[in-house]
Design a protein around this ligand. Structure first.
Ligand code: TA6
Length: 303
């Protein structure tokens, strides 16, 4: 296990990137550069926070009840859902959204971008535990580039002899003023599976606003979308490549109470998940010896 000191020696960037140990014993990378601040837990390569210096309010939301614990997922930030999204197709005992977000990842590279942003790359090494749940030879890497824009590149390399299929998501929790004051634009006309209102296939009519639990998987769409927040006077633009699904989710009152870690009593009102994914019809077949990369880029602008 690499120690904090070894990480700071090998990958630290003076004043911009440092590693520290959380009270849970998990290691966290802290990023602070002239453009933005961010934090990322090495377990799950889980980005927990991102706030451009132009923003008085974080863009990525973290539950005030979020707890770091070995082997446990963190509520908020950007969970990496891989090598499956949602429930496992056959094994109900396997973790929802795959195992990548609760496994230890290794830092493999860091650096400063020409524009002053901070870059960090982590790799998930397969092990006997992952092989029990997913018996394939694969290398998973996440590169995050933290600046006024947040770019995340999730790359799956098939290092084995046979093809395999994945579903995946960057399950991003965005900070909003209030769920009743925002809408998601850009998905008009897209087909979606409604996970709340039965499994019918629907077509999005106009922008998405929220008045109850919403859990939709928009399929066959590579389009950019945005969260428009009238109260904060800001638009969060969500661009992507290598992704054909977009998931939009708010738990609303009852599910939030059942989950119990969204910040009682109504922390859930201040978050909205818009997840860039490959799910359901958009699962990805990766041939032996090839690589698939999904990229997201988030930025903000006045509304
Ligand atoms: O992406 C939406 C969703 O699948 C919801 O159904 C809800 O379960 C959410 O993910 C959170 O899942 P988690 O396993 O992190 O509690």
């Amino acid at each position: 296990m690499t120690t904090v000191q070894q990480l700071n020696t090998q990958f630290g960037i003076d004043k911009h990137l440092s590693f520290c140990e959380d009270v849970s014993g998990l290691i966290v990378a802290e990023i602070s550069n002239p453009q933005a601040t961010a934090s990322l837990c090495l377990q799950g390569a889980h980005l927990m926070a991102w706030q451009p210096r132009s923003q008085s309010v974080p863009v990525v939301w973290l539950s005030r009840d979020a707890k770091l614990a070995a082997g446990k997922s963190i509520r908020g930030g950007v969970p990496v859902c891989w090598p499956w999204f949602g429930a496992h197709a056959a094994e109900s005992g396997f973790p929802a959204h795959g195992f990548a977000r609760t496994m230890p990842w290794r830092v493999i590279e860091s650096g400063k971008e020409p524009n002053g942003a901070t870059r960090l790359t982590l790799r998930l090494e397969e092990n006997e535990k992952t092989r029990v749940q997913w018996p394939h030879d694969a290398r998973l890497e996440l590169t995050v580039i933290v600046g006024e824009t947040l770019r995340m590149e999730l790359s799956t390399e098939n290092t084995g002899e046979s093809d395999f299929v994945i579903s995946e998501a960057l399950h991003t929790y965005f900070k909003i003023s209030d769920i009743g004051a925002v809408r998601v634009s850009g998905l008009a006309g897209c087909d979606y599976w409604d996970k709340v209102g039965g499994s019918a296939l629907n077509k999005q009519d106009g922008a998405i606003s929220f008045a109850s639990e919403t859990d939709r998987v928009y399929i066959n769409t590579a389009t950019e979308c945005s969260i428009e927040d009238d109260r904060l006077g800001r638009r969060i633009r969500i661009a992507k490549s290598g992704s054909l699904s977009t998931v939009v989710w708010t738990p609303w009152t009852a599910k939030a109470e059942r989950m119990g870690d969204l910040g009682q009593p109504d922390g859930w009102r201040e978050m909205l998940c818009v997840e860039s994914a490959n799910a359901i019809e958009n699962i990805v077949r990766i041939a032996a010896g090839t690589r698939h990369t999904m990229v997201v880029e988030y930025c903000t602008e006045p509304l």
